[in-house]
Design a binder for this molecule. Sequence first.
Ligand code: ADP
Ligand code: 3PG
Ligand code: MG
Length: 370
Amino acid sequence: MYKNLKNTDVFKKRVLVRVDLNIPIGDNLKIDKSEIWRLEAIIPTLKYLIKQKSKIILISHLGRPKEKKLSLKSVCNSLSKLLRKKISFSETLNVKKTIELMNFGDILLLENIRFDSREEKNSDSLAKELADLADIFVNEAFSVSHREHASIVGIPKYLDSCIGFLFEKEIDELNKVLKNFKRPLVAIIGGNKISTKIKVINKFLNISDKVLIGGALANTIFYSQGVDMSDSLVEKIDFNIDLDNKKLFLPQDFGIWDNNVVKYSDKVQGKALDIGPKSIDLFCSAIKSAKTIVWNGPLGLYTQKPFDKSSLEITKAIIKSKAYSVVGGGDTVEFLRKIKKDKKFNHISTGGGAMLNYLANERLAGLDAL
Ligand code: ADP
Ligand code: 3PG
Ligand code: MG
């Protein structure tokens, strides 16, 4: 078993905590109240460390800097408000002196670790530099722990390490599902983080009774088959999925945005931004007979009406089915919170890709590293 926080001596120690503060940030850098659930989820660990008089050094990423260079500064303010405690912020990793001067129980947040190109390359030099700041490492970032990045798998090579309370809870909940779930097990996978998710589809085809695919993930599968997806979001990647597998359910039609008009059709001209009514019916009838449901990834561009339609209908169907339901992912949970249905699920996971990877492989790179 992994070492957990309760069994680790953190009293008056310098504790480096990898958290996931990756929450949606609008262009005006405003953070909506519905979007801070990933921050709420790490509060118990932070409060515990404050009580233990640790010097707390937080590391996180925010977004994908190749797409948009987002600073963690505004998230720092939100977290500080939520915790009702000052959190210092540093733009550089040159903080040895700062940490020396910190009082016990103080918190320091480092700038978006993905601004440092060594993070995603899993560089040993970055891992050493970070490990050098502390006595103990706590991985509280379940939702990024499928990534082989320096702050996830590198630091534990150089520091005594454990998992935090949230990480432990996530693993406990998912283990419950893995050990004694009732069949039929239906997996619903959507969203746009295609390369991460497509790799686990074959695993889900093995363990589940039905696998329903929507979102840009489905667009990509059709595109790989030579189907004309017009201007839809697709990823040009190589993968190998048995599309004749009877357990696999792909959309039969789409909600399409074409020349400023919404259309529903099985042929795409413009952008397929949602699955269509026939597909919703097909997916809902699969959900109706399920005893266990695992869902990650909105089935359409839920932030733009009416392309939230399928995700709304799927939500209703899951709640109605009375199946044991596990749902995860930054955007998926955000969607459920906005429509106030998040409490209706048995387990809400902070992880999307991480949850799918753990359920499919029963392991995570970040756990293996501990
Ligand atoms: P999660 O965070 O729940 O794991 P992802 O990050 O993989 O989910 O995907 C969510 C994103 O995918 C959202 O921004 C959503 O609007 C977008 N999305 C879903 N379907 C489509 C589609 N057909 N076209 C474009 N974007 C889509
Ligand atoms: C997430 O939101 O799923 C995690 O923060 C991981 O983000 P990533 O897919 O950019 O690694
Ligand atoms: Mg997301």
